[in-house]
Design a protein around this ligand. Sequence first.
Ligand code: PEP
Ligand code: MG
Length: 578
Amino acid sequence: MIQGIGASAGIAIGRAFVLPNWEWELPEQKIDVADFAREFERVYEGIRTSKSEIEQIKDELKDVVGSEETHIFDAHLAILDDPVFMNEIQGIIQRQYKAAEVAVKEAIDHFVTMFDLLDDEYMKERALDIKDVGNRLLKHLLGAPEITLPSDTQPFILIAKELSPSQLAHINPDHVLGIVTLAGSTTSHSAIMARALGVPLVVGIENSLDEPIQTGQIMVIDGSDGSLYIDPAEAIIEAYTDRHRQQTEAKRRLHVIVDHHAVTPDGKRLELAANISSLKELEIALSSGAQGVGLFRTEFLYMDRNRFPLEEEQFEVYRSVAERLGGEHLVIRTLDVGGDKQLDYFELPEEDNPFLGYRAIRISLDQKDLFKTQLRAILRASHYGQVRLMYPLISSVEEVRAANAVLEEARRELEAEGIPYDKGIKIGVMIEVPAAVVIADMLAEEVDFFSIGTNDLVQFTLAVDRMNEEIAHLYDPYHPALLRMLKLTVDAAKRCGITVGVCGELAGDVRALPLWLSLDVDELSMSSHSILQVKERLLRTSQQESRQACEKLFHCRTSGEILGLLQEFSAKTGVKEG
Ligand code: PEP
Ligand code: MG
């Protein structure tokens, strides 16, 4: 047995598919004058193969998405035909005696930098096209295999060094039984997405592996405790198949309460909403009985492509989600990239502390055109459902006002254009930075609602990087400092009469439920797979008793004591842990 870290619960049994690495290894030796003609011919051959591959992709895509969406590939074909691109490559081969693949790589870098420097969105997009098509050409010159997931084989367990959220966004849960990554942590966005998709995930096995896993090996993984078996004995497979069956049965039993109201025995109603990042996840949320969406992480919409999504494209997605929710609320959070969420086409600066750096609302306020495009799309969608708007990573009143000023511009534009939107749209902020907690009373006067993002709030309060496996044991959501942060925030919201919800992972942790009831939060928004478990607990937990039990919580000095008290209370009310 190999011990990793369980990052998304569930058992998976199946064959491994190992994702190859993406990095290019370029030859270092210089070539001879006598080799020039051969290297030119290699480039021409690479271009021919790339072009026929692009034509094929265009053809296949046309049937799926219509010919509109394939225009990007025409741009790729045009680059491959462009004499300036070819001249640059030939020049590097002849002047610097470099091999074809090195010359191609340097030519790509040259044009990408040149176009990137121009202050023109159109030219920046061209830079992306060059990067994309250049990588395709490089792939052929190097004879590297196409990196795609098989879709025609049996579903498999995906093995990767690490998986970025954008790679995960392309994964079809019907084909992937489970995922194992050599690196990774439980609070990374990839882990959050795997939980939302209900795909078992084990991370951090790098140091426990003696030999690399091979495609085709039989694997058993358990995403609850992080255990993993490679080519195990029949008895192990049988035991896990049995457990898998029991878990499916338990889930089925929980499903009985899917349509029940989420209300405590003494009548406290709590909205149990879902965190989603795509339309795919919305369907899972709805079948798990979510009452609306308390957090739509829109950045995944930006990851699923090779350029910024247009206003129209965003509007279509937001409107579809709003309509599909049929009157239930939808909180759309504006772009929250940076940290572990990167966009291939938007070069973020190299930073020593990316989680403390150029990200989220800071990027939006710096790139106002991008921000306004998103705000217009959200406002337009608000006409079609119960849409609310939320800003991430707020740390000052100025930021809220600056964001609202751009919002105001967007509103004025729509009005001038006669485009309808909800004039009473509610505006909220995420409380996920300690500064925001400390000035929560001031922020509460600027907005309509708070949503507490415990993932980042724990990270920043305790100064513990949520991605760092080395210090994962210090990432402690039950730390007394966090409890005080939560209380300060909720009290400030209540005093000002605005609503307050929680949308970090702690919202879906059943152990914390008495705490939320005692604080009297209005909403818990969580990964869909937690909703029924939390609801089941809620149906049996009185708010009055939670209040009494939790009084002592705020005097505890260690998280051990806090968890002990919560557990004691659960046991007293006849609730079994786990
Ligand atoms: C949070 O920080 O708690 C949160 C919900 O946002 P994210 O996990 O997307 O950073
Ligand atoms: Mg956050």
